[in-house]
Ligand binder design. Sequence first.
Ligand SMILES: C[S@@+](CC[C@H](N)C(=O)[O-])C[C@H]1O[C@@H](n2cnc3c(N)ncnc32)[C@H](O)[C@@H]1O
Length: 213
Amino acid sequence: MKEFLKKIARSQRWMIRFYFEKKYFKKDPYLLETSDFEKRKLDQVNGIIQELPSENTQKVIEVGCGEGILANMAAEKFRDYLGVDISRTALKRAKERNQSHANLKFEANDFFQMNLEDGHYDLMIFSEVFFYFSLEELAPVPEKIEKALKADGVLLLVHCRANGGDDDSGTMVKAFGAKTIHDMFIDKDYYVLEQDLWDEEYRITVLRPKVQS
Ligand SMILES: C[S@@+](CC[C@H](N)C(=O)[O-])C[C@H]1O[C@@H](n2cnc3c(N)ncnc32)[C@H](O)[C@@H]1O
């Protein structure tokens, strides 16, 4: 029975991968290179990364890195960056875009199948990826990520606000958005909130693990 359930779960993950492969049939499906607000958001996120102390940009992972656009913008700042995405098509473009940066590596994987090493990362980035998780799937994620961060590591969350969803702002229509997602992390007593920036369209949140006394 357990094996049967695992098989069903695996086949659903395959469908999710297929969904994103289809999305990436066309280049830049999320309009990162053409939409004004996406460009504004990328510039702001890159600005935050540039301001981080250099010890926080050594061992970096970005899950849902897509075509590697943010990685490319911040490439000079990252020492050892791993971009992970469920879509091979997106990663092929990410690799092409970043071929001159030996410090940037890209790997196909599904967050749900990743074993994150404890206390390993100086910086973890999740931009516009948690919309594709259900709230049940998202529930254990704050703890999984906190465990993978170094004690002085940084978590960077970036998501659009949802209209018709949690705080009825922005132009994106979704059942839940940045308010619900980021609050799920902020509410945990094992994180300290460093920055919480609200744009009319999106929210950027910077967290650190709470130092245990
Ligand atoms: C809306 S795009 C965001 C791309 C980029 N990070 C940004 O901020 O615009 C969501 C990305 O997450 C990836 N993704 C979705 N679910 C994933 C999962 N379970 N594991 C890894 N990547 C995933 C998709 O393939 C896609 O590239």
